[in-house]
Design a protein around this ligand. Structure first.
Ligand SMILES: Cc1ncc(COP(=O)(O)O)c(C=O)c1O
Length: 415
């Protein structure tokens, strides 16, 4: 068998429908300025699928800072990895400001969120250590753990009783190996919108000796009184030993950071392979991130507007009889029951007849029979957008119940 035979025989769980879905459901193109309305397939649609929570992607001050950063430095500077030749005052300034904002001693920039947290995990544990993690953590955490040579124990999503069971096992094991324990959770779970139970997890520190890493990709900028994250929301910043966030969501940029005690961040700076052996964040990204952070700190109106939209959307959907699960964050899942075919038909109906563009998730990402439509409210949405969307979803639910959608995959050939 040739190595590449698999590429035509089996495209994998997401690729299996590529012929029917590509360009429409998968790899769609959204064009125009990033906002609540963008062009999809030549027509303006109401967009609910961008993690542009605070609306910063197209904020005039942000666009100006990005442009000025690029004009002054281009995309090349600084060349090389931070450790070798890629260090600048701006990188250090951003780290100081991020650390202060999330109330940690020190922070270190990461070139990408995904590779960054993967490397944090793989460098902070060794073969004697045990990782205990939530079953629904993001792929980047799973990949980070794949580089861990020691044991890892999983607890069912947010099941604190089971977490304690795993901590007991891990404590027993590390007593033998001489290692330590790392617990990993997300702050906000990006599909369901529910929160990692950070208050309950840190309470377990009274009984067990472990360190806690929180991936707060969706919580940074959206959660907590100042937007500093889900640990601020719970009032447990002191007990979250390593705080990770990406710039790809509220910050509407690229890159990320890890924050914690000085000695731990210093250790990571000299051991994270994805940073040591990779080029530094380009200057316009850093200058742009400083501006975004400044806006998050000084213009709370964007967060307030976001939450007005979130609260109106979520209460309206619930009143309309739609199941939005247990979200406590801006992430708004709408759960329906149906086949993969029905899911494509609903999405098609929403996009073509209601001009609503949202993400759709069906089997195998969620259990068979579940259709998850995910809405991401932002500060640039309007209350009219919310009202219109609730009405549309109510109608779609009725049509689904009346079996108006068949199980055939939506025909997108002529769209
Ligand atoms: C929970 C979580 N962690 C990490 C990442 C990776 O971040 P980035 O897109 O900056 O690589 C994401 C992004 O999708 C995420 O949702």
């Amino acid at each position: 068998m040739d190595l590449f035979d698999k590429c035509t025989l089996n495209l994998g769980p997401l690729g299996q429908y590529a012929d029917q879905t590509e360009g429409y459901f998968m790899f769609p193109k959204l064009e125009g300025d990033i906002s609540n309305r963008m062009i999809f397939h030549g027509k303006e649609r109401l967009i609910w699928s961008l993690n542009n929570y605070l609306g910063l992607a197209n904020h005039p001050e942000v666009r100006k800072a990005d442009t000025e950063g690029a004009a002054a430095y281009g995309m090349a500077y600084p060349m090389g990895a931070r450790m070798m030749s890629g260090q600048t005052n701006y990188h250090e300034q951003l780290e100081r400001e991020l650390a202060t904002f999330v109330k940690r001693e020190h922070a270190y920039l990461l070139n990408f969120g995904y590779q960054g947290i993967l490397s944090v995990i793989s460098s902070i544990v060794d073969r004697r250590d045990v990782i205990v993690y939530d079953s629904e953590v993001h792929a980047c955490i799973i990949d980070g753990m794949r580089l861990h040579f020691g044991k890892r124990f999983v607890y069912p999503h947010n099941n604190m009783e089971n977490l304690e069971t795993q901590l007991k096992r891990a404590t027993k094991m590390t007593a033998e190996t001489g290692g330590g324990i790392l617990v990993i959770t997300e702050g906000v779970y990006g599909m369901s919108g529910d929160l990692g139970k950070l208050d309950k997890i840190v309470a377990l520190k009274a009984k067990y000796n472990f360190r806690l890493l929180v991936d707060d990709a969706h919580g940074f900028g959206t959660m907590g009184p100042t937007g500093a994250g889900t640990d601020e929301h719970y009032g447990v910043q002191k007990d979250v030993d390593l705080y990770f966030a990406t710039f790809a969501k509220s910050m509407a940029g690229i890159g990320g950071f890890i924050a914690g005690d000085y000695k731990v961040i210093k250790y990571l700076m000299y051991n994270m392979r994805s940073q040591i052996f990779a080029k530094s964040l380009p200057m316009p990204m850093v200058i742009g991130a400083l501006k975004r952070l400044d806006i998050i700190r000084t213009q709370p109106e964007h967060r307030n507007k976001l939450w007005t939209i979130v609260n109106t959307l979520q209460s309206g959907l619930k009143e309309a009889g739609l199941d939005i699960g247990n979200t406590e964050s801006p992430v708004t899942p709408v759960m329906l029951n149906g086949t993969v075919g029905e899911a494509t038909q609903i999405t098609y109906d929403l996009r073509e007849n209601y001009n609503i563009f949202c993400s759709i998730v069906s089997y195998p990402v969620v259990p068979k029979g579940v259709i998850l439509l995910r809405l991401i409210p932002t500060a640039v949405h309007t209350l009219e957008d919310v009202d219109y969307t609730i009405k549309a979803f109510k109608e779609v639910k009725q049509k689904l119940e009346q079996k108006a959608y068949t199980s055939e995959m939506a025909d997108i050939e002529n769209v």
